[in-house]
Write a protein that binds this ligand. Structure first.
Ligand SMILES: NC(=O)c1ccc[n+]([C@@H]2O[C@H](COP(=O)([O-])OP(=O)(O)OC[C@H]3O[C@@H](n4cnc5c(N)ncnc54)[C@H](OP(=O)(O)O)[C@@H]3O)[C@@H](O)[C@H]2O)c1
Length: 289
């Protein structure tokens, strides 16, 4: 028999989690949210319409595993509320799903004898989502050993793959996820602005760049970093970099600064690849200063 679960905070993640935990055979025991409507809707999505509660501690009391899936800023207060109202049984496992916060923010539950952990699905959730959003995604887990063990089992049952991170590394882990996802958007926006400035229709820019980006991702997968790095900096082609800098001067200081900052980081990778000599690196760094 699988452990029963409660969802506190019935938004995008809480509703998806409840629905797919129920589909994976976990008994849905309690749903609570700021509004009764959200809790009811989420309970219905999990096929457990009768299991929604007005108070979070009533819902948590029913379950072996409790997921606090409210916005990050409310998690610690809600956990304290559950503890203060006797809503946490000994050996209950309490999780939150924040990427940025560690499991230690659930210390009030731990003080009541619960095991605490965090499970962060590396996925972007929408309220109405077709299919299983946990299928084949990665999930970062950390916390008490009992919680981590259970999180790995739950992730696997949902179709995801868990990987364990250190509690103290949580913030930097989340920064990594932001760089890989959010900053990729920023990087593409930069490239699209440049290609549009070259005279190509901005509406066509993404489709033109996409095969190049896909190819680079494949190269990183197969050759790794620094092996995947190509281009003028990797080749030590001073003249081309100088032309880029001259060309970008007309496009405003922000784009030039971004080009130079990324270029300096690229010099380090080219040095590690071994295709850029120390002297050529110094010359290019002067251009990018
Ligand atoms: N969205 C994503 O793509 C994503 C991805 C990975 C991780 N996460 C993490 O998952 C967690 C939930 O994010 P989300 O995107 O699902 O947020 P969300 O859609 O805004 O849902 C949060 C829910 O919490 C409820 N809530 C707010 N304050 C509450 C309180 N004091 N007591 C009880 N319920 C309260 C809200 O209630 P009502 O509807 O009842 O007003 C809302 O439905 C966060 O920790 C977030 O960092 C999100």
């Amino acid at each position: 028999m699988k452990l029963s679960f409660a969802i506190i905070g019935c938004g995008k993640v809480g509703t998806a989690l409840g629905k797919h935990l129920a589909r994976s055979g976990y008994p849905a025991a309690g749903f609570a949210s700021r509004s009764a409507d959200s809790a009811r809707r989420s309970a219905m999505a999990a096929g457990a319409a009768e299991h929604f509660f007005q108070y979070a501690w009533e819902a948590s009391l029913q379950a072996d595993v409790v997921f606090i899936t409210t916005p990050d800023g409310a998690i610690a207060d809600i956990c304290r509320d559950l503890a203060d109202h006797g809503g946490i049984r000994e050996k209950t496992v309490i999780f939150h799903c924040s990427g940025a916060l560690p499991s230690t923010i659930l210390s009030t539950a731990k003080a009541r004898g619960a095991y605490v952990g965090s499970m962060h699905p590396l996925q972007s959730f929408a309220l109405e989502q077709a299919g299983n959003p946990f299928d084949h995604i990665m999930m970062a887990v950390e916390g008490d050993p009992e919680a981590v063990h259970l999180a790995q089992q739950i992730a696997s049952d949902l179709g995801a793959l868990a990987f364990v991170i250190k509690t103290e590394g949580k913030t930097v882990y989340h920064a990594a996820a932001s760089v890989a996802s959010n900053y990729l958007v920023t990087l593409m926006s930069f490239a699209i602005k440049l290609i549009a400035a070259s005279g190509v229709q901005e509406s066509e820019a993404f489709q033109i760049l996409r095969p190049l980006v896909n190819g680079t991702l494949t190269n990183i997968e197969t050759a790794g970093i620094p092996g995947a790095l190509t281009g003028p900096i990797a080749r030590g082609d001073y003249k081309t970099v100088a032309d880029h800098v001259a060309g970008l001067k007309n496009l405003g200081p922000d784009l030039l600064l971004l080009y130079k900052t990324l270029g300096r980081a690229t010099v380090q990778i080219a040095r590690a690849k071994g295709t850029l000599s120390a002297d050529a690196a110094l010359e290019i760094l002067k251009l990018l200063d």
